[in-house]
Design a protein around this ligand. Structure first.
Ligand SMILES: Cc1cc2nc3c(=O)[nH]c(=O)nc-3n(C[C@H](O)[C@H](O)[C@H](O)COP(=O)(O)OP(=O)(O)OC[C@H]3O[C@@H](n4cnc5c(N)ncnc54)[C@H](O)[C@@H]3O)c2cc1C
Length: 292
């Protein structure tokens, strides 16, 4: 049986960062993951370039039932700390809109940096290891894994959310929380594209690949950014943002000409121009307001 100070379940961004910090504080750390590779989600993040931090971050950017929850964490470790780490590894990066920072080359640079930090902090990474059972006896946790038993004084569950089971997502974290009497709120998707029903999908599929600046809103939030027509429905920053505030069955309104009062514009244009605009906007694929 292996004995250690801390077991971290999940070798994603959260598990690796936690392992680095615990290792630096002198703890013996073992990270367990059932996947064959650490940080698979990091590799696909930011279209393969990983939006690893933002110049501007504040507690208001985090959606939570308790808006104060993230304040202490953000005050103790900021975007500037992470940026300093990235720069110490000479990872080249660039800024995109809203102060978002991406690797110039590949998200692999971020994963390799985290793995190098883990190695430097003496963290043991054990992949291909499924968790079969967890028990707490006296002051130690006892884990039965596919690779044998392990005990630890502390256990960190960093198994991530439910998105993309193909790369390893499971509900294990929620199961462990329930086992230890921790309240689990109903889960829902966030920062996700919308899939349109078949008839709407067919109607808009010729526009697949086209991005348009829009105002997208529901009753509580609105975003002025691009939407992107895809072969399955709608994506792009405005749609990803509103999805976090959307409830199934709720109406989302997309204003395709947010800066324009169409009535006034049409009145002020000559007949010929009106004809063109009507052709492209009203008789074409793009109604001024699209309600889904
Ligand atoms: C397409 C896409 C693009 C994204 N782009 C960005 C971006 O550019 N910037 C950004 O900040 N965020 C981005 N995100 C979000 C970001 O990737 C995640 O928020 C982040 O990776 C979550 O890290 P995590 O460690 O909490 O969870 P995960 O990365 O999901 O890690 C959880 C780990 O736990 C393991 N695990 C799960 N169940 C078990 C089990 N039963 N037994 C053992 N191990 C288990 C998994 O194998 C996995 O390695 C993106 C997400 C997606 C899907």
């Amino acid at each position: 049986m292996t004995e250690t100070d801390v077991v971290i379940i999940g070798a994603g961004a959260s598990g690796l960062m936690c392992a680095i910090e615990a290792g630096k504080r002198g703890r013996q750390v073992v990270v367990l993951d059932h996947a064959n590779k650490a940080g698979k989600k990091i590799l696909m993040s930011g279209g393969g370039r990983c939006n690893f931090t933002n110049y501007s971050i504040n507690p208001g950017n985090f959606i939570s039932n308790n808006p104060h929850f993230c304040k202490s964490a953000l005050s103790r470790y900021s975007q500037w700390d992470f940026l300093a780490l990235v720069e110490s590894y000479r990872i080249s990066y660039h800024e995109r809109d809203h102060g978002r920072l991406f690797c110039n080359d590949s998200a692999k640079d971020i994963l390799n940096m985290l793995l190098a930090e883990c190695a430097g902090a003496g963290v043991v990474l054990q992949l291909n290891t499924g968790i079969e059972n967890i028990e707490k006896l006296a002051d130690r946790f006892h884990l039965k894994t596919g690779q044998g038993a392990i005990t630890a004084r502390s256990i960190v569950v960093a198994t991530g959310g439910l998105s993309i089971p193909k790369i390893g997502a499971t509900p294990l974290g929620y199961k462990i929380a329930r086992q230890f009497g921790i309240n689990v709120l109903p889960t829902r998707a966030g920062l996700t594209p919308f899939t349109l029903p078949p008839d709407e999908k067919d109607k808009f599929s010729p526009l697949s690949g086209i991005a348009v600046p829009c105002m997208v809103c529901n009753k509580r939030q609105s975003f002025n950014e691009n939407i992107l027509f895809t072969h399955r429905g709608l994506s792009g920053p405005a749609v990803l943002q509103i999805s976090s505030y959307w409830r199934a069955g709720e109406e989302v309104v997309i204003d395709l000409l947010p800066q324009v009062d169409l009535d006034t514009e049409l009145k002020s244009l000559r007949r010929k121009k009106i004809k063109n605009i009507l052709k492209t906007i009203l008789d074409g694929y793009l109604p001024k307001r699209l309600i889904i």
